[in-house]
Design a protein around this ligand. Structure first.
Ligand SMILES: [Zn+2]
Length: 373
């Protein structure tokens, strides 16, 4: 017996692993869309059309003319309207059975965790790093699958992050300086490129809901060049979010810089050369230098004036460093000091910088009298 429900979804229910059971899974599912712009638009349209039962829409923006070449949920009829409202109008016409929940305040540090806990899968098409990292952290803490997408010029990526299988922070432990990364507004993007990435995000979301995904992965898609590749991910034991000794155990608003770009621009570089470090240390108001090696290593060689905090003691003693606007971290070759730098930055200390190559590079390039080991 054919029913309107059956007719509507017949072509996808024929697919292997879908059927009536799969369709019911989609109908029972709740998916949160973070952003209904260039990526969220096609993702939302395909999820609504596929029969996902509930879509949450979090987006604080309004529809602008410059959005319309890629944000195909919206139209000239809804210029100036909140994107949540504009999106809901389009989606409910496409699928009147869809249940839509609007979150016009968008994802913020104070609502992210509570919001994400209400959904089964989160689809992140946000256009800024602060929101991406906030959403990734909240998904990790709440144990929710995350489908992430981003696009720049003719290329994009889709990340599928399943609980305990490798998270966004395994891939990107520290939020990059947004000032170093061009946005679509600056670099330009073709609408159809967003369509490819957003549609791929919808396909991965449906696959997760149908229990067809068991591992995290990253898809790199060169739309302009006509190629794509899939990289398998695995959980990193040192990950600040999902590792064995996580440093991100709650949503700390200070960790996500939503402030104006001038504040972002002032963030110190993540890593500098020994030459740049020496220049900074010899200026009038020098940064504090922290050596995170062990005591027996310091006995071999050290830089005068450095404060000694072994890496293992950083988690207990880091708060004393928060009084300093600028901190340089050094170790033997730069590995341990980078871990310390990432830890300190995860605590909101944005003025912490790693010294590349460690004290060994210092001995080679700055002070040949230092003993090497
Ligand atoms: Zn992780």
């Amino acid at each position: 017996m054919s029913s309107p429900f059956h007719d509507l979804y017949d072509r996808q229910m024929r697919l292997p692993g879908h059927g009536e059971v799969g369709q019911q899974r989609l109908r029972d599912a709740k998916v949160l869309l973070v952003g209904v712009g260039g990526l969220g638009s096609p993702a939302a349209l395909y999820l609504a059309a596929a029969g996902v039962g509930t879509l949450g829409i979090a987006d604080p923006d309004t529809v602008e003319l410059s959005n319309l070449h890629r944000q195909i949920l919206h139209s000239t009829d809804t210029l100036g309207a909140p994107k949540t409202v504009s999106a809901a109008e389009t989606l409910s016409t496409l699928n009147p059975a869809l249940h839509i929940t609007l979150h016009p305040e968008g994802i913020q540090a104070d609502n992210a965790l509570e919001l994400i806990k209400r959904y089964d899968v989160v689809v992140d098409g946000a256009d800024n790093f602060a929101t991406r990292f906030l959403v990734a952290d909240a998904c990790g803490l709440a144990g929710k699958p995350l489908v992430h997408g981003s696009v720049l010029k003719g290329e994009g990526q889709v990340g599928v992050f399943l609980p305990k299988s490798g998270c966004y922070r395994c891939l990107y432990p520290v939020m990059p300086d947004p000032a170093t990364v061009p946005t679509c507004g600056e670099a330009g993007v073709l609408g159809a490129t967003c369509g490819v990435i957003g549609s791929w995000m919808a396909a991965e979301t449906v696959a997760i809901l149908l229990k067809q995904r068991t591992a995290s992965k990253l898809l790199l898609i060169d739309v302009a060049g006509g190629s794509s590749k899939s990289l398998g991910l695995s959980a990193d034991a040192h990950c600040p979010l999902c590792g064995s000794a996580p440093t991100i155990v709650s949503i700390n608003p200070n960790r996500y810089t939503f402030a104006c770009s001038s504040k972002i621009m002032s963030e110190a570089p993540l890593e500098i050369s020994v030459e740049d470090a020496r220049r900074l240390l010899s200026q009038n108001n020098p940064p504090i230098l922290v050596d995170v090696r062990e005591a027996d290593e310091l006995a071999i060689c050290q830089i005068a004036g450095a404060q000694h905090i072994p890496l293992s003691e950083i988690p207990e003693r880091w708060s004393g460093l928060s009084a300093h606007a600028s901190v340089l971290v050094i170790c033997h070759h730069g590995g341990r000091s980078m871990r310390a730098t990432q830890f300190l930055r995860s605590k909101g200390l944005s003025g912490v910088t790693n010294i590349k190559g460690g004290i060994d590079a210092w001995a080679l390039k700055i002070d040949p009298k230092l003993a090497r080991y």
